[in-house]
Design a protein around this ligand. Structure first.
Ligand SMILES: NC(=O)c1ccc[n+]([C@@H]2O[C@H](COP(=O)([O-])OP(=O)(O)OC[C@H]3O[C@@H](n4cnc5c(N)ncnc54)[C@H](OP(=O)(O)O)[C@@H]3O)[C@@H](O)[C@H]2O)c1
Length: 526
């Protein structure tokens, strides 16, 4: 978790300490995508316990994706039922919930998150889904809190499946009076609402809180939890959702299609921003002196594909230095005690999850498409059924043939990567020597530059199908290569780093070191 942005004093600190909030903010977005990452990437270990056996089938149906992209990349496949390590629980998924987090993983956006371990060109973890509710089917050797037959909810890895595994620390017992669908709706959304209001927002009874995006997954929980915490609640939503938000307990509702809450003259002690579509500066007008704005939301699939919420976070950080109000970033944590607390609120009827639509497992792509539009009313639920235990159809790795490189493509690739750049580099080199007699030739420099441009274009294509990204990458690399060809060392170093090629890093580091030694008349030690 990051520290609240405005909690650090800017004075009397070393440059490193001074930079640390910025670093914290920048790295903050990494756990945002790693919110459930520990579940997603938890590896199988040798000596596992709780392997499927007895009544648990060895295969099941699950949503799988092997490349980043729109919901079309999601496929329903037969896969092996997960095996457990000593601390994990195998759950028969009765319901899962879709979160914006899922389409971030599916699209691999913002792109910078790919360097955080999700997989640079392809997803490392091919399974999707985090929120789940279901029955415990098997437990690892060291699991003490749960036993087979328990009904639980929480987060796990690959929840869009018939079976999923989860750490016992990220589960809680499901209250008997709520359905699996309702329980699955809770984890990420309700934890974000609770931790945003209580921990980051420090909401006190009697305070005024405004929830921007009150009709969405997080917002519908936030309205109800803010009421439980004794606040005066204002919900912002569109016309069609006004009644629903009021019925959840909002004292006032604002229709964002008719009124801008930052212009209304009303001031709040806390703003919970679940939308992330507005500049932060106007929020100051709607905050009391000393008020807090908790930033939860970060826009839709077409917003900030390169850096996502980072620029907004940095702006919040800068703003916090000049304002009496505080701008704080929320990164929800999956905490068992909070799950249990939310379970109690549901048990007592103080919080009731709002479910918009349910989709069968086979329609997860439609569910994600719907969520991506950004107008869900409450939560979007996935319900695996008995048909998803295993299937005689769709076994095997679909899509492999589409991804396999034919021999023709391999030859074309070799020509593009070797023959053309070498020929072009030799021609450029000849021209250079003709025009600059006596100067050091530059053959491989040209080769490297041309390769860089090709790599840039390829990178763009791989990051995202379509011309936009490849043109941007190609132009960036071409500009660098142009400066490099004019013997600017900084461009060479940048290109080397951006080659994402450890061999190039090492070779060029050695070369640079030797050149420096030659220039200073000192031979390198090796
Ligand atoms: N930081 C974290 O740890 C964390 C955790 C969970 C979620 N999040 C982020 O929080 C955001 C919200 O998540 P969610 O699950 O609530 O998403 P969601 O269910 O898709 O919420 C969409 C809601 O936003 C409302 N909305 C759209 N434009 C609006 C506007 N201009 N003003 C007010 N409301 C507007 C929509 O209402 P209408 O249909 O009425 O327009 C809809 O109900 C996402 O960006 C997500 O990535 C962050």
């Amino acid at each position: 978790m990051t520290q609240p942005v405005a909690e650090t004093s800017p004075r009397s600190r070393s440059p490193i300490r001074r930079a640390s909030p910025l670093v914290t903010m920048l790295t903050a977005a990494l756990p945002l995508f790693a919110l459930a990452g520990s579940d997603r990437q938890e590896p199988d270990r040798p000596g596992e316990t709780g392997q499927p056996g007895g009544h648990i089938p060895s295969r099941m149906r699950a949503i799988v994706y092997t490349e980043y992209g729109p919901p079309d990349v999601l496929e329903l496949r037969d896969v092996e039922t997960p095996v457990l390590n000593d601390h994990q629980v195998l759950i028969k998924v009765r319901a899962a919930a879709a979160n914006p987090l899922d389409w971030h993983y599916m699209r691999g956006t913002p792109y910078f998150m790919r360097v955080t371990g999700t997989g640079f060109l392809r997803p490392k973890d091919t399974r999707l889904g985090v929120d789940l509710a279901g029955q415990v089917e098997a437990v690892g050797r060291n699991v003490t809190r749960f036993k087979p037959g328990d009904e639980v909810f929480g987060t796990g890895g690959g929840a869009f499946a018939r079976y999923a595994r989860a750490s016992e620390k990220k589960l809680a017992l499901k209250p008997a009076n709520i359905t699996f669908e309702q329980a699955a709706a809770v984890p990420v959304a309700a934890l974000s609402a609770l931790q945003g209001l209580r921990d980051k927002g420090k909401l006190q009874p009697g305070q005024k809180v405004l929830i921007n995006g009150a009709s969405g997954g997080v917002g519908t929980f936030a309205v109800q939890i803010a009421r439980v915490l004794g606040a005066d609640v204002t919900g912002v939503c569109s016309t069609r959702n006004l009644e629903m938000v009021r019925s959840l307990g909002a004292h006032q509702v604002i229709d964002y299609t008719r009124e801008d809450f930052t212009q209304s003259g009303q001031r709040y002690d806390l703003i919970l921003d679940c939308v992330g579509n507005q500049p932060l500066l106007p929020f100051r007008r709607a905050l009391n002196p000393g008020g807090i704005c908790v930033i939860i939301g970060g826009g839709g699939p077409n917003d900030g594909r390169w850096l996502g919420p980072l620029p907004r976070m940095v702006r919040a950080l800068l703003l916090a230095r000049f304002a009496s109000q505080r701008f704080v970033l929320l990164l929800a944590e999956i905490r068992q005690d909070d799950l249990t607390f939310l379970g109690d609120l549901m048990q007592s009827g103080q919080v009731t999850p709002v479910i918009d639509r349910s989709f069968p497992l086979s329609q997860v792509p439609d569910a994600i498409r719907y969520l991506e539009k950004g107008h869900a009313r409450g939560k979007v639920i996935i319900t695996p059924g008995p048909a998803d235990d295993a299937s005689p159809v769709s076994a095997g790795p679909a899509g492999t043939s589409a991804n396999a490189l034919g021999p023709g493509l391999v030859v074309l690739g070799l020509v593009a990567l070797v023959v053309v750049p070498v020929a072009a580099a030799l021609a450029l080199d000849r021209r250079f020597r003709r025009r600059n007699p006596g100067k050091r030739p530059f053959r491989w420099g040209y080769y490297f530059s041309i390769l860089s441009v090709i790599a840039g274009l390829a990178l763009g294509v791989l990051l995202e199908p379509g011309v936009g990204a490849s043109i941007v990458c190609g132009v960036v690399y071409a500009v660098l290569a142009w400066f490099f060809a004019r013997r600017h060392h900084w461009a060479w170093i940048t290109l080397t780093i951006l080659s994402f090629n450890p061999v190039a890093w090492i070779v060029n580091a050695i070369y640079l070191w030797k050149r420096r030694a030659e220039d200073s008349g000192v031979m390198p030690a090796v």
